[in-house]
Design a protein around this ligand. Sequence first.
Ligand code: ADP
Length: 465
Amino acid sequence: MSKLVIISNRVASAAEGKRSAGGLAVGVLDALKRQDGLWFGWSGKVEEEADNEVAFHRIGRIDCATTGLSRKEYDDYYRGFSNGTLWPAFHYRIDLSRYDKREYAGYLAVNERMARLLQPLVDPDDRLWVHDYHMIPFARACRRLGMRNRIGFFLHIPFPAEGVLRTIPPNRDLVQAMCDYDLLGFQTRGDARCFLDYATRHLGLPLENGSVLRCANGHGVRVGHYPIGILPEDIQEQAGSNRGAHLVATLKEGLQERKLVISVDRLDYSKGMVERFNAYERLLESVPSHRGKVSLLQIAPSSRSDVEGYRHIRRQLESTAGHINARWTELSWTPIRYMNRTYERAELLSLFRASQVGFVTPLRDGMNLVAKEYVAAQDEEDPGALVLSEFAGAADELSDGAIIVNPYDLDAMARALDRALGMPLAERKERHGVMLRGLREHSIREWRDRFLADLDRPSADARPT
Ligand code: ADP
């Protein structure tokens, strides 16, 4: 029987399989839970020299195969081109994106080495599903090795508008490399449209039947949008379990009846945390009745701390939180609690459930699973309200129930918080019900099934032999 092979930059270790901070890991694990397959990628280890060894482990029923990266590969491929060039530019931070052609060469070389290591593990009728911006040229590397499997690619982060993409010097090569897939999936319709705009207008490639891009080599690539989902029942069950009870009890003791606004993000400049803190302060300034009556809990485990830009945001956030707390704290009240740590999933979900407002305001985000998890974790009889950035992919699906805000507009965010904090129960229930129904209809299983069904569809092309 043919198997499904998932390829992503990072494969979770057996221990991380249980506890993991990262949308992709959560998504892949949920999607593969009921399906035989192989998960292939980097082990997370950095060695002096790459040894081309492949190690195997299992997470539940899932077979995993991993390899290490050399120090130079890590610097060029991971820290350099993936997270120093692509990540900031794809999140519209061209001020933080920098380009070094040696890093790009390293990025291409790692994709080629990974493809060579994977090749012996793949049978001709296996389907390959490649994930995210680290692996854009992976299919091209496979094709060069003669692999003719069906290969799909899903981009978890936004795909930028043409003018932004073109600031990355090898933009044309990257998009041309995407033509070696059979299916390209994006989080939102807007992302897919940006890709097609670039490919049709800038590269002059024809689009057939609205969704198949005819590439220069004659190959047809299907393009679509597949918003990644969650498993709402699973989350509801965990949030309602007593695994987080101890934490919630401690939290409530500290809050003393105050309302809780919660935000949870990896510490990343795309998440809009500084703007969020400032908007919260604007609320305290403009609506005095909230002073001493509300608390903001920001949980933000640090990430990619060896990549430029991340140390800066960390310092900026510490100083903003420090400044706001210094100005407003009273003997019995601290306005912002800011923590750099991760929690077990069930604990985190219980904290979501114990809060009155989820405050999710990225400046740009492919999807933002936290927003969806926040909704699913609520008590249906007394749900919290969600304030959500219009620039999170999740806003496309949650706009009927969330209060949608522009994260650059501090006054609008302060007004939205005020509204969320005072929202009557009936309105909260109605909004929550609408969002939860949507999340149930478009779960992560549906996401996986729809992507794989489209990967199987003949894309009206004969791959030239
Ligand atoms: P990203 O993929 O950019 O990190 P997402 O919001 O899409 O953002 O996904 C983040 C995932 O990581 C979510 O599933 C969330 O529950 C999890 N997560 C984020 N912060 C923490 C934390 N402090 N502790 C545990 N899990 C976390």
